[in-house]
Write a protein that binds this ligand. Structure first.
Ligand code: ATP
Ligand code: ZN
Length: 300
């Protein structure tokens, strides 16, 4: 098999809210690439992995059609396209293999200030503007509600003031856009974040090894972002109590301290963020010389 066919293609958003963090994730996985300012593809220099830079809406289709082996997009887009593709063909178009820790937002209904509409139950027979028609129709169907879905490709929040809809269903993160457009947030129908998609076809053996390595590194990057290495001195008598206070940790390493029979050194990796409150509880339990260090890399 030639080198060209064995290269893995990963589709990410070309320019938008997910771009910087998706490129950062790939870099943290060890990928070095060359990329021109307007280039559609960035070639991996040290791994057989190339990055396709496209509109986020195109990512699920590229993965479904096996043009790309992997893709990173928001669950909102992924779910919308998944439902749309399923209407055309009943087979699952791709596999969602990993949720990532960025791109958090929610798809929620919103009602104009002063409107009598308060909840989804009030939407029967009304018009709902959205860029997510498949998700909204699916939701309405499951709620046994009949309403008209008006598709907007952008600026959904102005639809009610234009008289085009009675309510909207759109992405929200802080809610500031809704407030600015005199809308009141209602029910969330999808909690979203960036996810990794994989093609539905079986991975050819010449690619499988690098795909697995890449996914294992993603796993490591995710764990490292939350993990901390904690070191402290602890009275032997308080060890059990201290171990119980450590968040998301495995068995700690306990080391003797020269010339001290009553004290030991405790080293532990915590797979959760360590807050001041935890350190204060550890101190109250007898720990001293507490040190919290970031973890650079991790391979389980
Ligand atoms: P493209 O040009 O690639 O089509 P876009 O305008 O559709 O870009 P962005 O606004 O860059 O997309 O958003 C990309 C993704 O970021 C969204 O699909 C969503 O998953 C996520 N996201 C996170 N927070 C928000 C938010 N407050 N509003 C919209 N999207 C958000
Ligand atoms: Zn888009």
């Amino acid at each position: 098999m030639s080198d060209k066919t064995a290269r893995i293609k990963v589709a990410i958003q070309k320019s938008g809210r997910l771009t910087e963090q998706s490129l950062d994730l790939l870099q943290r996985c060890g990928l070095k690439y060359t990329k021109g300012p307007d280039q559609l593809i960035a070639f991996g220099e040290n791994m057989p992995v190339d990055v396709l830079l496209v509109r986020d809406d195109d990512i699920p289709g590229l993965v479904r059609d096996d043009v790309c082996d992997l893709g990173i997009a928001g669950l909102n887009i992924v779910e919308e396209k998944r439902l749309h593709f399923l209407e055309q063909e009943p087979a699952e178009p791709f596999r969602i293999i990993r949720a990532l820790d960025y791109g958090q937002c929610r798809l929620a209904f919103a009602y104009p200030d002063g409107s009598p509409l308060r909840t989804v139950a009030d939407l029967a027979g009304r018009r709902i503007a959205t860029s997510y028609p498949s998700i909204v129709r699916d939701y309405l169907r499951r709620q046994n509600l009949s309403a008209t879905v008006v598709e907007f490709s952008g600026a959904v929040e102005i639809a009610p003031s234009l008289g085009r809809a009675d309510a909207i269903c759109d992405l929200v993160s802080t809610g500031a856009t809704l407030v600015a457009n005199k809308l009141r947030e209602g029910e969330t129908i999808l909690e979203s974040r960036a996810v990794i998609l994989q093609t539905p076809v079986e991975v050819p053996p010449e690619k499988a090894d690098w795909i697995n390595r890449l996914l294992q590194r993603v796993e490591g990057v995710m764990q490292v972002r939350e993990s901390k290495y904690i070191m402290m001195h602890a009275p032997k008598a308080a060890l059990a109590k201290i171990a119980a206070l450590l968040p998301g940790s495995e068995a700690p390493t306990v080391l003797p301290l020269d010339g001290r029979d009553d004290l030991v050194a405790v080293h532990v990796v915590c797979r959760e963020n360590v807050f001041w409150e935890t350190l204060e509880s550890l101190k109250a339990a007898g720990a001293t010389s507490l040190l919290v260090l970031p973890v650079e890399k991790m391979l389980a």
